[in-house]
Design a protein around this ligand. Structure first.
Ligand code: DC
Length: 216
């Protein structure tokens, strides 16, 4: 039997990264936060003072990415996230990153990938697909708290504006836009704390594995 793949998609700051990490831990699978890949491309361009819209340079960077650098703390910042949203709209950049993501997904014992197009483009045959949603205000509050915990000064209204702008860009780009796969199960994370969100996600996985329809 092929290895189990759990695909988690959703908008910025919906909590999909934390859910992905916790689900992977629960099942003993490997975890890939695919947003980090786009963030790494964006950071490399910004560091080299190259325009984010420079397609040839962005593709070259995407083809030479070093996964060892995916843990760099600066990748988490709002500035890099916003830049990642811009580079990720370039179709050839996305193409250059497909193989890496699929190879990661295919390895044993199983994998959890989170992003925007995992269930629709990267792993359309994933056994379980979860689409995480959360109210934009709740997402802005969580992002602001995380940024403050890192010692950054943040204006929550500016974070909200960034989240709305990013949703709009990610949902309306022509290639691999953010949207649920037809067979994805929606998890509304607005009112759940981390543990409750993880329990809800595990309930979805277990229901799908048992051939049951997950409870709404
Ligand atoms: O999930 P995140 O905030 O780390 O993602 C940063 C940006 O990268 C996001 O605005 C859109 C892009 N992205 C994407 O296009 N496809 C993915 N699978 C993951 C992220």
């Amino acid at each position: 039997m092929a290895c189990m793949i759990i695909a988690i998609d959703g908008p910025a700051a919906s909590g999909k990264g934390t859910l992905g990490k916790r689900l992977a831990h629960h099942y003993g699978y490997r975890h890939l936060d695919t947003g980090v890949i786009y963030r790494a491309v964006a950071k490399a361009l910004l560091d080299a003072n190259i325009a984010l819209t420079n397609e040839a340079a962005a593709v070259a960077v995407a083809m030479e990415l070093d996964p060892e650098k995916f843990g760099h703390p600066e990748l988490k910042t709002q500035r890099i996230g916003d830049a990642a949203s811009v580079v990720s709209a370039i179709p050839r950049v996305r193409e250059a990153l497909v193989d890496f993501q699929r190879q990661f997904a295919a390895g044993p014992p199983g994998a959890v990938l989170d992003g925007r197009d995992i269930g629709t483009v990267i792993c359309p045959d994933a056994e379980v697909k979860i689409f995480v949603v959360a109210d934009p205000r709740v997402r802005a509050r969580r992002r602001a708290l995380e940024a403050r915990a890192r010692g950054e000064t943040v204006d929550e209204e500016a974070v909200l504006a960034d989240i709305i702008r990013r949703d709009e860009r990610d949902q309306n780009r022509p290639v691999a836009p953010l949207r649920p796969a037809p067979d994805a199960h929606t998890l509304d994370n607005s009112k759940l704390d981390i543990d409750a969100g993880v329990r809800a996600a595990i309930a979805i996985v277990e229901a799908v594995r048992a051939g049951r329809k997950p409870a709404p």
